[in-house]
Ligand binder design. Structure first.
Ligand code: TXA
Ligand code: MG
Length: 356
């Protein structure tokens, strides 16, 4: 790992309606000189570097403490730029781009030889997306290069949906965070692999399966993470720990809501008796059930509005961490729409999945 010189980290607010171009240009100069800038996208905050600068890209991995085996997403500003980062682009990519860009869809394509291998973790494929956020787009435009950017959290921490989250994870490691307020979607983009046939969703995200199916009827979802839920001999803490709060996340799964709620109640009781602090992340509909049960309740929004749940999920984890909770309890979200993305993040963040 490269040593990081401590530097002063500035959070600089920029209006979305009338972005201050002096600040955007200052950030673009940092990118052009091989430095990193954290910036808002419509999904989560990203930690950006010039995608053609191998050294700058390597700094992303050391700053985040991310293993170099995990490839980055390259962000472009318009569809024409696609040919500078990818080759042999299939028609399906252009059709999807036409339909979903700018937006939270990342396409896996064949890598252009000019893209350094550090971006793609040594692989011959590249992840590309065209973000919808005005500040992200201005930053790419003024930097005059595609920007490689993972989520701007420390490795394995929940992704940042506020500039403050980036600061909490990366203070003294980067010089500039552009603050565009809370991100709109709150979960990362959908990663769709077009180098496989049929195309495969490697990570469910902001663009939902049901919508992609209308464009690609044979699209399917990788079960890499979702399978973890069904393996019977899972030891606690042995998952692909990712997006995780410091607290131990206990995820309750099953077919009957009333049984799940009762099991959660019993678990709260047991943990409190053992002098543990407990946070409960619940949908609005289930909040009343947990009143006066002793846990700290965080309401995520209505079960009928998974967009709001998605927007609040990572921020709620971070809030409960700031209150030093030992445990966080949550019920598994439904397998519909954004529920798949929520489920994927929660399974990866979980200390233990309890099947009721
Ligand atoms: O919404 C988002 O996607 C955010 C914003 C900042 O754009 N970015 C983001 O990046 O979530 P990151 O690095 O945290 O996640 C990128 C995901 C990882 O799961 C990585 O394994 C996958 O994309 N990925 C990147 N390149 C890939 C490739 N060539 N093949 C397969 N998966 C790839
Ligand atoms: Mg990430």
């Amino acid at each position: 790992m490269m040593a990081i010189d401590p530097m002063q980290t500035k959070i600089i607010p920029v209006s979305l309606q009338k972005p201050d171009m002096d600040i955007i240009n200052q950030a673009a100069q940092l990118i052009q000189s091989g430095q990193l800038v954290a910036f808002p996208t419509e999904t989560v905050y990203g930690l950006g570097a010039d995608a053609f600068n191998a050294g700058a890209v390597q700094t992303i991995f050391s700053v985040k403490q991310r293993p170099s085996s995990d490839p980055l997403i390259v962000h472009i500003q318009n569809i024409r730029e696609l040919t500078s980062v990818a080759i042999n682009i299939p028609d399906s990519a252009l059709e999807l781009a036409d339909q979903y860009w700018p937006g939270p869809l990342t396409l896996i394509l064949e890598k252009h030889p000019d893209i350094p291998l550090s971006v793609t973790a040594g692989g011959q494929t590249i992840a590309v997306r065209l973000p919808a956020h005005p500040i992200a787009r201005l930053l790419i435009q003024q930097s005059c290069c595609p920007i490689a950017a993972p989520s701007a959290n420390r490795f394995s921490r929940p992704s940042p949906t506020l500039a403050q989250h980036v600061f909490d994870d990366l203070d003294a490691r980067i010089s500039m965070i552009i603050d565009g307020g809370a991100t709109d979607i709150g979960l990362e983009s959908t990663v769709l692999d077009l180098t496989q046939s049929p195309p495969c969703i490697l990570r469910p995200g902001g663009i939902i399966l049901e919508d992609l199916k209308s464009s690609i009827p044979d699209v399917h979802m990788s079960t890499r993470y979702l399978d973890a839920q069904n393996s019977t001999h899972r030891s606690p803490g042995q998952l692909f720990k990712h997006y995780a709060p410091k607290a131990r996340l206990l995820l309750f799964s099953g077919d009957h809501t009333d049984k799940i709620l009762t099991a959660m109640e019993e678990q709260i009781h047991h943990l409190l008796k053992n002098n543990k602090t407990v946070g409960v992340m619940v949908t609005d509909e289930n909040a009343a059930f947990f009143q006066n049960k002793g846990g700290t309740i965080m309401k995520l929004g209505s079960i009928n509005d998974l967009g709001t749940v998605a927007k609040k999920l990572f921020a709620c984890m971070r809030t409960l961490d700031s209150q030093s909770m030992n445990y966080i309890l949550m019920k598994m979200p439904p397998e519909i729409g954004l529920g798949w993305a929520l489920k994927d993040r929660l399974i990866r963040a979980a200390y233990e999945i309890i099947n009721v």
